[in-house]
Design a protein around this ligand. Structure first.
Ligand SMILES: Nc1ncnc2c1ncn2[C@@H]1O[C@H](COP(=O)(O)OP(=O)(O)OP(=O)(O)O)[C@@H](O)[C@H]1O
Length: 327
């Protein structure tokens, strides 16, 4: 209450603490494959958290452990402050999940798929079912196509229907495994916009992706996986800032530019046509001195500068590997 007696409603609900927390979470499959290796993950409430890694890095295995679909070999995990799988019954109704594509009945309409899905949920109130299904369809932009058979849906529409299924109840956390996989650029944009909207309403969104630029575009935080291990995690802006940017020079005299830069101790130089790129110089090297040295040596400059580091630069810097993906 303020002095004038007005009640101030909190405008944004931010979760105190982590919404997903794992300690030493490990999965070794029966065949001996160590898919997830001692994972300590911490997902802040209210974030759009990108779980990033090349194919086979352990993302799906982690998500399946979090959702109680498979057992961890060792380590522990908490969702919304409760241990899983121990408290799965209490906590999972507050978590919407879209894992490995939605299971749909092609012969049913989008609406009937959702009605059927909701009736299989013992925590769902049948009296509000129709209304909730209608709202979820609206939410994902499928209201007009709700009566169409699901087999006539495009991949993007199917994916949106899967999201609608995850939204039939109010959720504090949404877990989406590769939600844009297989979608065309327009479909990807639609899903990204939806993820942003959901997060703006206060839902924490945890999404896995092997697409670096997707994570950069939509996520506030990210964790980077490689070969089952966590490489780094934190706010996306900080992860990218942790890597030095690249020095980028465009010149009709690339050979001479390479010679001058190498003489000045610049490393990681590559040439592609008239573009010379290199590791950004350490902080004590003044960029103006570099460009002056190039000009002094007769190198004609079309452009000169340091490009901001991307998450990809950070990944390469941290793993020493390219972000090489099959998909
Ligand atoms: N059921 C299983 N039995 C044995 N090994 C498995 C099983 N599932 C996954 N793996 C292996 O565990 C490792 C991690 O796989 P996982 O599917 O978790 O990775 P991912 O990052 O989700 O990749 P993708 O994007 O391709 O799904 C891979 O080497 C994979 O071959």
């Amino acid at each position: 209450m303020t002095e004038s007696g007005t009640v101030i409603e909190p405008t944004a609900v931010t979760e105190p603490g982590a919404v997903i927390e794992t300690r030493g979470l490990t999965k070794r499959y029966r065949g001996g494959q160590l898919a997830v290796d001692g994972l300590d993950l911490s997902v802040p409430g209210g974030s759009i958290f990108g779980f990033l890694g090349p194919n086979g890095s352990g993302k799906t295995t982690t998500i399946r452990m979090l959702m109680g679909l498979i057992e961890a070999t060792s380590g522990s995990a908490q969702l919304l402050g409760h241990p899983v799988p121990g408290a799965a019954r209490t906590v999972l109704p507050q978590v919407g999940a879209l894992i490995e594509g939605p299971a749909l009945y092609g012969f049913l309409s989008g609406r009937d798929n959702l009605l059927r899905y909701d009736s299989a949920d013992p925590t769902a109130d049948p009296r509000t079912r129709r209304a909730r299904v209608g709202q979820a369809l609206d939410r994902v932009g499928l209201a007009a196509a709700a009566g169409k058979k699901a087999r006539a849906y495009s991949l993007g529409m199917k994916q949106r229907l899967g999201l609608a299924a995850a939204l039939l109840q109010p959720r504090r956390l949404l877990v989406l495994d590769e939600p844009t996989n297989g979608l065309d650029p327009q479909g990807m944009r639609e899903i990204r916009a939806l993820v942003r909207e959901l997060a703006a309403d206060g839902t924490t969104v945890f999404l896995s992706s092997h697409l670096l630029d997707e994570i950069e575009q939509v996520c506030t935080h990210a964790a980077v996986m490689a070969r089952g291990r966590l490489i780094t995690q934190g706010p996306v802006a900080e992860l990218a800032a942790g890597a030095r940017g690249r020095l980028a020079v465009t010149t009709p005299d690339p050979g001479e530019a390479v010679r001058v830069l190498a003489e000045l101790g610049i490393t990681g130089i590559t040439v592609d046509g008239d573009r010379v790129s290199a590791e950004a110089p350490p902080g004590d090297v003044e960029l103006a001195d570099l460009s002056a040295a190039l000009v002094h040596a007769g190198v004609r400059l079309r452009s000169f500068g340091v490009q901001r580091a991307s998450l990809e630069d950070a990944f390469v810097a941290l793993t020493g590997e390219g972000f090489d993906v099959a998909g």
